[in-house]
Design a protein around this ligand. Structure first.
Ligand code: SF4
Ligand code: SF4
Length: 273
């Protein structure tokens, strides 16, 4: 069954005619990574301490939930290349991926719910649940009631990073998503030695490339300043640029490109020290 779910996700993205950047820069996304976690995984309870009590468990989203399906949509190499040469604002192709690629990710969420229901299962996309909310003032800053990245971590798809990203075997430049369902699926193994292992900075290596890539100093040795990042990404100038690019979401992603973790887990020491 895990193979069937993975191939449904992979087929949807790889065969979708909309997986193509309008200006001809190739696909938005390369083939997805897919992983599974148990709805009763104790990690989901721990997230209530780590993120906040407002963060929902799979059971709160779907009573009777058994599994969580997570996926990573790695951003295609040609799109990443266009953002790599930027230093102040994202490239048109990156912004198109943020807007139209993410719309495709939303289509995937809806498709999977329908597909699972067609098999007689119950399923919910947390992002589209009436319980989903974004909260502006929490102990961890701006946060939502469901974190796709934390679900992806539970499914063994990668680890967190200095700039608040999520580094997978295909790197940090991606979109991600999840579905909560009552379909029984075997959990994927979590093999990383620690929750930040894939980030060089936490393996005691010199890196911090994302610190210098950020045009507004929103990434420092202390981590990611969500507010400063958000102010930059949603300020007046990006609004104007979004009009020029004809997109609703400009994005940024400068700290996810031209960095050693852009498309892979950067090589370095094997364990956090
Ligand atoms: S650029 Fe370096 S410090 Fe920043 S997230 Fe990637 S590996 Fe970590
Ligand atoms: S997304 Fe842009 S503004 Fe935000 S931390 Fe990364 S580089 Fe800085």
């Amino acid at each position: 069954m895990e193979e069937l779910v993975s191939s449904e996700i992979t087929g949807f993205i790889s065969d979708h005619p909309g997986n193509s950047v309008p200006c001809g820069a190739g696909p938005y996304f390369d083939p997805p990574l897919v992983g599974f976690s148990y709805a009763e995984d104790p990690l989901y309870d721990q997230y209530k301490q780590v993120i906040g009590t407002f963060h929902l468990t799979p059971q709160e989203l779907l009573p009777g939930a058994v599994s969580v399906i997570s996926w990573i949509l790695p951003i295609g190499s040609s799109v990443r290349a266009t953002n790599r040469i930027q230093s102040e604002w994202p490239s048109r192709e990156w912004s198109e991926t943020r807007t139209h690629g993410e719309a495709l990710n939303g289509e995937l969420r809806r498709h999977l719910v329908t597909w699972l229901e067609g098999m007689g299962q119950r399923a919910v996309a947390p992002q589209y649940s009436p319980l989903w909310q974004e909260l502006g003032d929490t102990p961890v800053g701006i946060a939502s009631t469901w974190s796709e990245r934390h679900a992806a971590y539970a499914a063994g798809l990668g680890t967190f990073s200095l700039n608040d990203g999520f580094i997978t075997s295909r790197g940090i430049a991606h979109r991600c998503g999840s579905i909560v369902t009552d379909l029984p699926l075997a959990a994927s193994p979590r093999t990383a030695p620690s929750h930040r292992h894939n980030c060089l900075r936490y393996r005691n290596e010199r890196c911090g490339a994302c610190i210098t890539r950020c045009p507004v100093g929103a990434v420092t040795d202390e981590g990611h300043d969500k507010l400063r990042c958000r102010e930059y990404v949603y300020s007046t100038v990006p609004h104007r640029l979004a009009e020029v690019y004809n997109v609703s979401q400009l994005g940024c992603g400068l700290c996810q490109t031209k960095v050693p973790c852009e498309s892979m887990i950067p090589a370095g020491r094997s364990a956090e020290s």
